[in-house]
Design a protein. Structure first.
Length: 392
């Protein structure tokens, strides 16, 4: 038998439901005037940070759905990517598609968003011998992680670059660049861009009319190394233009050999308990991240190494340059091997394990700089006693 308090509550619920129904009828009329009477409130897309959980709030009877779904953890296996790349390069001429690429899509977005996270997109591109991409520029920041043993060539603002596997080639926003392949075998690289972010802000556009004076000059090689490749020494002038972008690196080639030498030079130290031995590619002029929106990092996990759990308010995509192991995300184990990609979205607890007998080298692309500039960057870790600690 219902109590009087329960009866009153039930009656009130019926009254509220009737009011909502009446407001929704009004909304049918208001929609014709591009108006909406608020009948639901916004559902936060994360639970409060201090709770230490990556679980998301459950919708209630008077809440809206989450407007922008969060990315899901996922691993893209290299054999599957390579299979479609090889079919693509055989079936489809460059003139038909402009880019011969296989794009990574996150299961959370489906076909509604060709992106890995809400801020980053990755396209794996292939160029066979003789393929040439015309010179172009665009507002999103972009980079190329070379996956094949040789990487063809890239022209960026008059600098001719011949990268190899593991090299990073940066094409900041507002730089004219083109690329092609004169090698006998196809070249493959991963294009990482902040295109989804720029597109959301209404800032994504591109140009192909490379008629600007000076961009068709005699190419110069090794410009990045000559001007910016010596740590602690900064040139006081630029011989070549470095594009129209702001707060971006003027150094366009970061070599794998330099990255690996830096990691190996520190391998005798304990490193970061949550990351292992880790370095960041920075703007050689001011020490800031290469882009104002993205940070590029590389980390070394020694055989058998296992990091402590960590989570932060930024999303990170990883490329497995060498080795094998797994990442555990919120208790789910995701194994990976050489040349695989995987993503750890923001707020998710994760730790890495090198389960092989060789070093693991992970490259990562993260929107930490963007989140920091917005004033929302936080990080938590679990220390060796099992306690959850605030890292920043």
């Amino acid at each position: 038998m219902a109590t009087s308090a329960e009866t009153i509550q039930t009656e009130r619920q019926k009254e509220l439901a009737a009011i909502i129904d009446e407001l929704e009828d009004l909304n049918t009329e208001a929609a014709d005037h591009s108006l909406w009477i608020r009948t639901r409130w916004n559902l936060p897309n994360q639970k409060a940070w201090h709770l230490g959980t990556s679980e998301r709030p459950a919708p209630g009877p008077y809440t809206l759905g989450v407007e922008y779904p969060a990315a899901e953890p996922h691993v893209w296996k290299w054999p599957q990517i390579e299979k479609y790349l090889m079919q693509l390069v055989e079936l489809c001429p460059l003139e038909l598609t402009e880019r011969q690429s296989v794009l990574l899509t996150n299961p959370a977005f489906g076909t509604k968003g060709v992106k890995v996270t809400n801020t980053m997109r990755i396209a794996i591109s292939i160029y066979k011998k003789g393929d040439v991409a015309e010179s172009h520029m665009h507002t999103p920041n972009a980079s190329r992680t070379i996956i094949s043993e040789s990487g063809g060539y890239t022209m960026v603002e008059g600098e001719r670059i011949f990268p190899r596997r593991g090299d990073l080639v940066f094409t900041p926003n507002g730089t004219w660049h083109g690329h092609g392949n004169d090698d006998d075998t196809p070249v493959i690289w991963a294009d990482t861009l902040d295109w989804p972010l720029a597109d959301f802000l209404g800032l994504a556009w591109a140009r192909n009319d490379d008629t600007v004076s000076g961009h068709n000059r005699q190419p110069e090689t090794d410009y990045s190394a000559k001007f910016y490749g010596r740590g602690g020494l900064r040139p006081m002038f630029d011989a070549l233009p470095r594009g129209e972008g702001r707060k971006v690196t003027p150094m366009f080639l970061y070599k794998r050999t330099d990255i690996r030498d830096a990691l190996d030079g520190m391998r005798g130290h304990d490193g970061d308990p949550y990351e292992g031995i880790i370095v960041e590619c920075v703007n050689p002029v001011d020490g800031e991240p290469v882009f104002s929106t993205l940070s590029y990092r590389a980390q070394l996990l020694r055989p058998g190494e296992r990091t402590q759990p960590k989570r932060h308010t930024a999303s990170t995509i990883y490329f497995v340059l060498d080795g094998s192991g797994h990442v555990e995300v919120d208790g789910k184990q995701l194994p990976w091997e050489r040349s695989d990609f995987f993503v750890v979205p923001s707020h998710r607890w994760r730790h890495f394990v090198n389960s092989g007998s060789e070093d693991v080298i992970l490259y990562s692309y993260t929107d930490v700089p963007l989140i920091e500039k917005l004033g929302h960057y936080r990080a938590q870790g679990v220390d060796r006693t099992g306690a959850t600690v605030e890292l920043c």
